[in-house]
Ligand binder design. Structure first.
Ligand code: FES
Length: 86
């Protein structure tokens, strides 16, 4: 379990182990565009302002990872909280 915080609203949501970030946000009414849902296409890319990312996609380049991008349909947080630039 880790949390995501929406930078623009300050809302914090807990992501359970059996749910993706995009699925949980959709439930909460926060729209993130998705397509493949498998970490392949890059549609769900979100910039992370704070926190450590557990990358599980097959798409982002090392440069994009270094810049703090996350593919929210598969990747997760490693620590307590990710702050998302949404
Ligand atoms: Fe395709 Fe996330 S929806 S990479």
């Amino acid at each position: 379990v880790f949390k995501v915080k929406i930078a623009s609203t300050g809302a914090v949501y807990e992501i359970p182990g059996d749910k993706t970030i995009t699925a949980l946000l959709e439930e909460k009414g926060v729209k993130v565009p998705t397509s493949c849902e498998q970490g392949l296409c890059g549609t769900c890319k979100i910039k992370v302002l704070e926190g450590e990312i557990d990358h599980r996609d097959k798409r982002l380049t090392p440069e994009q990872r270094a810049e703090g991008y996350l593919l929210a349909c598969v990747s997760r947080g490693k620590g307590d909280q990710l702050v998302l630039d949404l």
